[in-house]
Design a binder for this molecule. Sequence first.
Ligand SMILES: *Cc1c(COP(=O)(O)O)cnc(C)c1O
Length: 367
Amino acid sequence: MQFRDLHRQYEAMRAEMDEALQGAARSGAYIMGPQVAELEQQLADYVGVKHCITCANGTDALRLALMALNIGPGDAVFVPDFTFFATAEAVAMVGATPVFVDVNKDTYNIDVNDLNEKYHDALETDLLPKAVMAVDLFGLPADYERLYEFCRDMALDLIEDGAQGFGGSLQGQRNCHFGDIATTSFFPAKPLGCYGDGGALFTDDDQWAERLRSLRVHGKGTDKYDNVRLGLNSRLDTLQAAVLQVKLRHFDEELEAVSRVAQKYDELLAGKVKIPMVPEGYTSSWAQYTIQAENRDELQARLKAAGIPSMVYYPRTMSQQTAFAYLNQKPCPVAEQLTKTVLSLPMHPYMTDEEIEIVANTVLNND
Ligand SMILES: *Cc1c(COP(=O)(O)O)cnc(C)c1O
């Protein structure tokens, strides 16, 4: 059994995919071929924002967002303590200081009460609070209703790290629409993945969009050889855009399929282990199906012995990372507790009912 079966996905769309790949290979337009601009329009329409700017990966997308917002040394950016390393890494990479905020034990997303505390703590330092980087962890949107209000009241920029969230929604509004700038990743195992690295940014603001298009190509001006700022070399390959165009056509079917898998897991596991919570008005893209169990390590060993892959996302919080020891920040107790109990089960749109039952029975130690 695979944790996320990308081979089955390829088989399901093989003819279209082979044609798209060969088309891109034959065209010779390997950098910024027409597929890139087409895909950007399709993604912007899908999410319901004015601009989509693709780039080389989800980490660059975060970094480009921070650069476009002019965030750098002396600035504080509030980041959930429980996330993939790249979220906080991007903040530190632009010279700003990531300030770690605890998360909600049920949704795994940034806790706005703790955000308020960390914000007031930061006011006592010589850092300037500048932005919140919220994460749609495991596919579930963060609490944007409260985050909007908080960021407006405190005059903070809001960045949505939607690397795992593409396809989820809140009150009918799709992820990657929230915040001033939103980002996503097309790493193969993400909800919408390509055949290598890829990423994108989303915004309704014309000026930020223009700045992002400049920043992703060495800070180019209107003349290609007049560079008006420092940027990155961070374009999405034509080949990856071609792959994503095919996958986007199947994406809604996949979202439906993956929510059926989640529902079946829920039915089999509810009341026996702590299943993921999806609050009213929210939908998840199901990047991960993450349970909590006191005997997590024993459970993972049992799954492994039965040939079932599972993953611990994440075994360390941001404040526990060696690379961030220099920050010496307050521990976040909920995030630390989660590192000891979370376990992500195999999850993808092509799982069969039989496979789901085998995983659930092994989790529950049924024969
Ligand atoms: C995967 C991921 C990223 C980074 O995306 P890459 O495309 O791998 O650079 C950033 N943030 C979160 C929450 C992620 O899961």
